[in-house]
Design a protein around this ligand. Structure first.
Ligand code: MG
Length: 325
């Protein structure tokens, strides 16, 4: 049986659990190389960062216990909690209230755009207007990955188009952010609710075209690979640790789609992305959620699950998801 056929026999429950845990594991391990150049990654982790216990304790990282996730998974849980509490209904105002409540507790690791939007005193009066104003105040240039990092749960519990779009716009108004959220939520929706369905690159590009032509352009290596089968696409071609566009939503999107098509196992994809440095917690949270949904929870090495400091919180969420689906 080949790999693609094998992924079709993974149960829906296993995909859901794999997605939820994969996100948190990617986030927690990725913290170990967040903001590092490839050279720094090699210096601190000469044999590669593979396990939480290796994470160096510098000023940035020592604020979290090893095996803890960061803002990416915190915000995914803000969305999940609202939907679970509302028994499967997706209420954007409830999600926005959870974001604001989380923000009021002064969370660590919050991204600049999310910070600006959630710090507006009248955010809750009209969250989408608030995020749009912040976007316009930056001359509509900013397209950060802060909405993409939390969108995986919508692929399980929500409408991967309408809900992904609207929940993105609670903090990120740029069409590149919205398009990336719709794409990742749709990929996860297909894996979880479509029995392991994996869209081809043209389907993904067409989804992106309705938001911004830059989405298709950012998937250049992938489209080239599909039109020229001899072209070898290596994750390093994305230069994830490049300083000038670190945190850009289309960079995180490209990395996660690389993982969807090219990683041969959950941990292989996780290690490649984590050891590329850059915005590694976010890149690996998104890729981890996709890989978990693709290969299933049982494919994740147990030490990654056991080592998560918030493991029981995710077990509870998983059981709640099963209760409402
Ligand atoms: Mg983070």
């Amino acid at each position: 049986m080949d790999r693609e056929t094998m992924t079709a026999v993974i149960s829906q429950k296993e995909r859901i659990k794999g997605c939820v845990f994969g996100q948190a594991i990617g986030d927690a391990l990725g913290l170990g190389t967040e903001f590092m150049s490839e050279r720094e990654v090699r210096t601190y982790y000469p044999h590669g960062l593979k396990y939480y216990q290796q994470i160096i304790q510098d000023a940035h990282r020592s604020r979290w216990a090893k095996g803890s996730w960061t803002d990416d998974t915190d915000m995914m849980l803000c969305i999940a909690d609202a939907i679970v509490e509302d028994r499967g209904t997706v209420d954007y105002n409830h999600v926005a209230r959870n974001f604001k409540q989380w923000f009021n507790h002064k969370p660590m690791g919050i991204g600049r755009n999310t910070f600006k939007v959630l710090s507006l005193s009248d955010y809750l009066a009209d969250p989408m207007m608030a995020s749009s104003l912040v976007w316009q105040s930056g001359r509509c240039q900013s397209a950060a990955n802060g909405a993409l990092m939390r969108t995986s749960i919508i692929g399980i519990l929500g409408d991967p188009q309408k809900d992904a779009e609207n929940i993105c716009r609670l903090t990120h108004a740029d069409p590149r952010c919205v398009g990336s959220c719709v794409i990742v939520s749709s990929i996860i929706h297909g894996l979880v609710h479509g029995n392991g369905k994996i869209p081809d690159i043209e389907e993904i590009c067409l989804l992106g075209d309705s938001f911004s032509p830059e989405i298709r352009n950012s998937l250049y290596f992938e489209t080239r690979q599909s039109s020229e089968p001899s072209f070898k696409y290596d994750l390093r071609q994305l230069n994830l640790s490049g300083k000038e566009d670190m945190g850009y939503t289309l960079k995180a999107l490209s990395a996660s789609i690389w993982a969807l098509y090219h990683a041969k196992s959950f941990e292989e994809g996780l290690w490649e992305i984590v050891n590329a440095g850059g915005d590694a917690d976010t890149n690996a949270a998104i890729a981890g959620s996709i890989l978990g949904a693709k290969f299933g929870f049982n494919s994740i090495p147990t030490q990654y699950v056991d080592g998560l400091t918030g493991r029981s919180r995710l077990e509870t969420l998983y059981n709640n998801i099963l209760n409402i689906l």
